[in-house]
Design a protein. Structure first.
Length: 502
């Protein structure tokens, strides 16, 4: 068969494989946003499991293997998009091909059970009931990593953890992250101490004034329109936990949650998820519904959500621009509040126990703690039973506060319960990429001037040109270095936080 034929067949094969994952994604979306209560378990779950299984089988089939082998033999003559498809499929193939089916099934069951046990453990503040499951999850994950035939730093003592990091942030290793977090620790821990010692108290009480659901929906629409969310290619729904779901090309949806006494919560979650969606909505048409029609990594995806949420929507200039429109919706209840007061209240920095409620300054300290303990778990230097005390100790050291119990400490986050190890760092890496992109963007335009004038379109098109349009064509390191010849560099992030919070 000629190479052209192979490529054509490979693409057709991926289209078919993609159809299963798109259908599963749409089911998943529907399950979380709209379906009648009785439609979920067990029937729909069964359909979703079948779709996922079909897609999985295609990812490790003999046919897939023959495409990968054939394309590899002609790798240099492939176009960039076929190279990317090969790269993505090859990783999926070798991540899974050597795992015995029995063990794969047992692991899936363990994850479902792990989530259940974790949920109860958190409610009952009972780490001991979760720890045996956590230990099994870690052991399974270590074993599965050993089955992988990958080339991620095999000489590194943290090999298992590096391999997991590659699931979320390809190319990033512990070596990189050790340097990254050391810079953050050295800069942020003392900066936070200064902020706390300054004793500045910012009035945020007005944020609890009630805002009706109807008004909050209008605010959400205003924010999405202002940021450039394309309603021809997406929509907004409501769920308990906000998220963004890329269903298909030209179909990227987000959700929010409205709290009557905290309208900023929805405002910022809409801004955050819009950032994710704007990335997905602006991947080049040329990659529509291929495996390249995605963000390239969790970190880069998070850089976009945080750029829109933090860099744009938490700036003074944004509040100056949006003030009249917001006030028109909020009405007399807020007429005593200025744009500057909104801005200040939206940027209060103080140590807190819960990661998802943390401000921009302290957020990465929470992530750094997760990173440090995950690394120790996978290097075998600690046992799961050491975790609660170690967590509290690190909270005290970096944030100066200590959780009174495990549900606001080590048990607060869901990720470990379904074996999502190596995910957390991508949150901080995303914030750091956002700051790095801001610095590059400022060389090309007056970013905050554009925000003050409501010219978010100029910012969006810069991001589309440098990031969005490529989808998953390039790995993060290459994508970022194409802008300015540099890879991930925490200095930009540290400088950004110092400027904002000093
Ligand atoms: Zn996000």
């Amino acid at each position: 068969m000629s190479l052209d034929n192979t490529i054509e067949n490979f693409k057709a094969y991926l289209e078919r494989k993609n159809a299963f994952s798109r259908a599963g994604g749409l089911y998943g979306w529907d399950m979380q946003t709209a379906n009648p209560p009785a439609a979920g378990m067990p029937y729909r779950a069964k359909t979703m499991a079948i779709l996922a299984e079909e897609e999985f089988k295609m990812s490790i089939s003999e046919e897939m293997k023959s495409y990968l082998t054939e394309l590899e033999a002609h790798f240099d003559s492939l176009s960039d998009d076929v190279k990317a498809m090969h790269r993505i499929c090859k990783k999926q193939y070798y991540d899974n091909i050597n795992i015995p089916a029995e063990e794969a099934r047992a692991f899936e069951e363990l994850k479902v059970k792990g989530y259940e046990v974790w949920r109860n453990a958190k409610i009952n503040n009972d780490f001991k009931s979760f720890s045996p499951y956590l230990k099994q999850l870690v052991d399974y994950q270590k074993k599965f990593v050993a089955y992988r035939d990958d080339s991620v730093n095999t000489d590194n003592i943290y090999h298992a953890y590096d391999s997991l990091l590659a699931d979320y942030e390809p190319g990033l290793t512990c070596k990189d992250l050790d340097v990254f977090f050391a810079k953050i620790r050295e800069a942020i821990v003392p900066l936070l101490k200064d902020v706390v010692a300054s004793g500045n108290v910012i009035d945020t009480s007005f944020l609890n004034r009630p805002v009706s659901l109807e008004k909050q929906k209008r605010i959400a629409r205003l924010i999405m329109d202002t940021l450039g969310f394309d309603f021809d290619k997406g929509l907004l729904a409501e769920t308990e936990h906000p998220f963004c779901g890329a269903i298909a090309h030209n179909d990227v949806r987000i959700t929010t949650h409205y709290y009557e006494n905290n309208f900023l919560s929805s405002l910022f979650s809409v801004a955050h998820e819009s950032g994710h969606a704007i990335y997905d909505q602006n991947v080049s048409e040329a990659y529509a519904d291929t495996v390249v029609d995605n963000g390239t990594s969790f970190g880069i995806h998070e850089s976009q959500s945080r750029f829109f949420e933090n860099v744009i929507c938490r700036s003074l200039e944004f509040w100056q621009y949006i003030y009249d429109d917001i006030m028109e919706i909020l009405g007399d209840d807020f007429k005593d509040i200025t744009a500057e007061q909104f801005y200040r209240a939206a940027n209060v920095a103080q140590p807190s126990l819960i990661r998802i409620e943390a401000d921009e300054l302290t957020y990465s300290l929470h992530i750094m703690i997760r990173y440090e303990v995950e690394k120790l778990l996978f290097s075998g230097d600690i046992d799961v039973n050491d975790l609660p005390a170690l967590w509290n100790e690190k909270m005290k050291e970096y944030l100066g506060i200590e959780p009174a119990d495990d549900k606001t400490g080590i048990l607060q986050d869901v990720h470990w319960s379904y074996s999502s190890f190596g995910y957390f760092p991508s949150y901080s890496v995303g914030s750091a990429y956002a700051a790095q992109l801001l610095a590059y963007m400022e060389k090309d335009m007056d970013v905050y001037g554009n925000i003050r004038n409501g010219n978010i379109a100029a910012i969006k098109s810069w991001l589309t040109d440098k990031i969005h349009k490529y989808g998953a064509l390039y790995e993060p390191e290459q994508l970022i270095s194409m802008i300015n010849g540099e890879k991930l560099n925490a200095d930009y992030y540290v400088a950004y936080l110092r400027k904002k919070f000093s």
